[in-house]
Design a protein around this ligand. Structure first.
Ligand code: PHE
Length: 455
């Protein structure tokens, strides 16, 4: 990280640092926990196909848009809209980002907490059973217990707090540089292992053979939510990270590389999980608990299982931290830059709100699992936060960002920013701009209206 520039903002020191950090934000539980469970619930190949198309059509253009807004203004999401849109009301899009970041941090910390519990269980040797049913029971008994999930949520948020409090300068860049490649290699090893399982063929066909009848509006909506969630898009995270880029960071290339690596890791996770799902004869549709029941069974069949599973869950905790650090940055940059709070106060506030909602989310599986709204419908804050933030808030934020960058910014300014004043001959420049102006806004709106049953 370099010394702060004129505007007093730190910058990433190296090109590799830029990629490693944006990939660090993108890669996390979204790839390894959320992608397999969403794919499992939404028809496998049908979901993957929609997901990839959405990454290409909306994901990469919106990622470029966030980078442009962040780097050219060196501001958080509110400041960026304000500086580029002068007196208009566009900065209100920032509220979508703040609300989404806090919702996500709350339920994400619960799942990261589960990961820490599984790390602990791996190290203490308690993760070895004979049948998938036993793993199921183990997860249920843990997630419904009264205090353990809450304790781990709190521990995870405390770790996040300690890292975030120091600012972007230290730690993050270094940690991502080392951990992401290790995670990648270990995923590759697990892939090879899964490909040798008896259910490999069925698993791969589930993931890669789209059944076109299964492509419904709600599947497309889920794929869109997953794409935005996985790319940390639509809430200003990538904008904030873009504000730390150097002037000569190639934006289109960075966006494309980030999207490719992120999707690759999600697909690797699928290649690890689904062959095992079919080998063990369990249902791919069980939802958020899927990965926590399947992965330990996979590890248990490996020689040296304790080492593999401990290493894996450790890396997953670290990958989760590099994601939560980035989402915390959205509200912290807002509190410090817009509300002039000190960094330490802003960090405490962010952590306290996430802890409050995180505890309720953690209890959604246990003592609050029967909570209803005056007996009318079940209130499950975990599921609600997960669904609403990913499938509604993030695409909505992304839609506004694409309209703003595509239509409100000066065309020459946009082209200059995307090409670093013509020094980057991005062949895809026209495609990106076309995507921002036409495809993303109309596509997102249409998927919303159909997926939410409005048309
Ligand atoms: N992209 C992260 C993941 O896949 C989650 C995330 C969402 C991070 C939104 C920041 C902002 O795990």
């Amino acid at each position: 990280m370099n010394e702060p520039d004129k505007q007093n903002r730190a910058q990433f020191a190296t090109r590799l640092g830029v990629i490693a950090t944006t990939v660090g934000s993108a890669v996390g539980l979204g790839n390894i926990w959320r992608f397999p469970y969403e794919a499992g619930q939404n028809g496998g190949g049908a979901f993957l196909l929609c997901y990839i198309l959405i990454i290409l059509a909306f994901g990469i253009p919106v990622l470029c848009a966030e980078f442009v807004m962040g780097r050219s203004t060196r501001s958080n999401i509110f400041g960026a809209f304000r500086k580029l849109g002068s007196k208009s009301k566009w900065h209100n899009v920032g509220y979508i980002g703040i609300i989404a970041s806090i919702m996500i941090l709350s339920f994400y910390s619960v799942v990261a907490g589960w990961t820490m519990e599984y790390l602990y269980q791996s190290i203490s040797g308690a993760l070895s059973h004979d049948t998938p049913a036993q793993y199921h029971e183990q997860f249920v008994s843990f997630s419904t217990s009264n205090w353990r999930p809450i304790m781990w949520t709190a521990i995870f948020l405390a770790l996040n707090y300690l890292i975030v409090r120091q600012g972007v300068k230290k730690g993050i860049e270094k940690m991502s540089n080392i951990m992401m490649p290790i995670l990648f290699i270990i995923l590759l090893i697990f892939c090879v292992n899964s490909l040798m399982m008896p259910g490999a063929k069925a698993g791969l066909s589930f993931l890669f053979n789209p059944d076109f009848d299964k492509i419904t509006p709600s599947v497309i909506l889920s794929a869109m939510g997953q794409a935005f969630f996985s790319l940390s898009l639509g809430l200003g995270t990538m904008m904030t990270y873009g504000s730390y880029f150097q002037k000569d960071t190639p934006l289109v290339k960075s966006a494309t590389t980030t999207a490719l690596l992120d999707s690759l890791i999600a697909i690797l996770a699928g290649v690890i999980i689904f062959p095992a799902v079919f080998s063990f004869g369990v249902s791919p549709e069980q939802g958020p608990t899927l990965v926590f029941e399947i992965l330990p069974s996979i590890f248990n069949h490996l020689p040296g299982s304790i080492i593999w599973s401990s290493l894996f869950f450790l890396l997953l905790v670290i990958a989760s931290l590099s994601s939560t650090i980035s989402m915390s940055e959205v509200s912290i940059a807002y509190f410090t830059e817009e509300k002039k709070m000190s960094r330490s106060r802003a960090t405490i506030l962010n952590t306290a709100i996430a802890l409050f909602f995180g505890i309720i989310c953690a209890m959604s599986f246990g003592c609050l699992s029967d909570l209803t709204f005056f007996g009318l419908f079940r209130i499950d804050l975990f599921t609600f936060f997960d669904f609403f933030s990913s499938n509604v808030l993030l695409p909505l934020g992304g839609m506004f960002i694409s309209i703003f960058v595509g239509w409100k910014l000066d065309k020459k300014f946009l082209r200059d920013e995307l090409s670093n004043h013509g020094t980057q001959h991005a062949r895809s420049l026209h495609l990106i701009i076309f995507g921002l102006r036409y495809i993303a806004p109309t596509g997102i709106a249409l998927i919303f209206l159909m997926g939410l049953g409005i048309i």
